[in-house]
Design a binder for this molecule. Sequence first.
Ligand SMILES: Nc1nc2c(c(=O)[nH]1)N[C@H]1C(S)=C(S)[C@@H](COP(=O)(O)O)O[C@H]1N2
Ligand SMILES: [Mo]
Length: 427
Amino acid sequence: MLTPEARYDRHRLRQWLAGDARADGVARRDMLRLLAAAGLTAGLPTALTAPAAAATTAAPHTTGATATGIVKPLPEEWFTVRGTNAETRFAALAGTGHRTPNDRFFVRNHTATPVLDTTDWTLTIWGDGLTHGRPVEFGLDDLKTFPAVSRTAFVECAGNGRSFFTSQQGQTVTGTAWTLGAIGTARWRGVRLADVLRRAGLGHRAVDVMPRGLDAPYVTADGTDLGRVRRPLPLAKALDDVLLAYEMNGAPLPPDHGHPVRVLVPSWVGISSIKWVGDIEVSARPLYSPWNTDFYRLFGDTYPAGGSAPLTRQTVKSAWELEWNATLKAGTTHRLTGRSWSGAAGVAHVDISTDGGTTWRRAGLRDTPRRGDWVRWSTDWRPPAPGPYTLLARATDTAGNTQPDTTVHNTQGYLFDAVVRHPVTAV
Ligand SMILES: Nc1nc2c(c(=O)[nH]1)N[C@H]1C(S)=C(S)[C@@H](COP(=O)(O)O)O[C@H]1N2
Ligand SMILES: [Mo]
């Protein structure tokens, strides 16, 4: 059965084929690959096989106070730095409460954090999906005239857990080798994207919206300039529960998390939640960017040549708030804690094992499960004797999704959802 996004994507592709969809900055061969995968290449005009137009080039600007391009301090007890990114250590969340404190929230930057001045910042809504066809600008003060809404939601990178494809399944994947800390949960405050789009004059013909960041254009390792980070959202999602957020856990959005305004797309892959948003195209034609064609689809042996449909919701995961290879005293009872989450529904229950998966019991949930949010859980454990142990946690959501023993491989290592085998030693 095709998911709504898969159906929508085929529709997008047909429109691209008919010349009715835009794919700026996407190589033509990639569009052809997608068409082939969707079985839409029959009778393809030869003109379509012409080489791609040169990608737009913009002078990258330099920002960022540190080697990582991240502004906030990254103490080792809280973060593991991975290139331009910083992963939260789960052990550093023990005892912090339901939400991730801003100073411990993971950072995923394609380039570097731009430091933007609130007073100069504007958001431009533009495109042929607007009734008047004229761009409309909003400053931060303008946005704040709309009704404010708050929502607790996680932002999780689609590649969270990627390193376990290799360490647990022996498979090769590309991308940042995250363990489980490319997720954070915050209370976001802002305005509904739907309200702002309607004020800008949302037309009946609009189908896609594409927010774009003000950070520097992203240049791949092979030197291709892909332009500024941007990813189309189907209008249905944009009008449902998407926020333009200007506060995070009661503080103005910090520089690394999108100051002054970011898009917040609950439950969807983190790339949807564009930081430092500067403009949003509203289009009457379906849109493509590298972030819904080459990236953020599933590629590999079990997937079509053009990849799956663009990724939408996150999968189910669990993590222990313990260091990898933590040591615990044998013969003493420990209160072990962790968190579980799902992009599809609230977490219904979490089963845990302290003996490598031989016996299982239920963890006690410490939060009311909600969609787009995580739950804390705990369990008491007394390691019977010194030695190595493997801890497992398997969450199930209220829609019946649960964590498998292995995740089907995809080359870019997205959406790892298998139960992670967490080693500890009792001494
Ligand atoms: N403009 C812009 N938005 C962006 C990104 C980026 O590099 N530039 N990274 C995306 C990715 S891949 C993720 S996982 C989230 C991470 O959000 P965070 O850094 O606030 O944790 O932001 C998304 N939004
Ligand atoms: Mo991400």
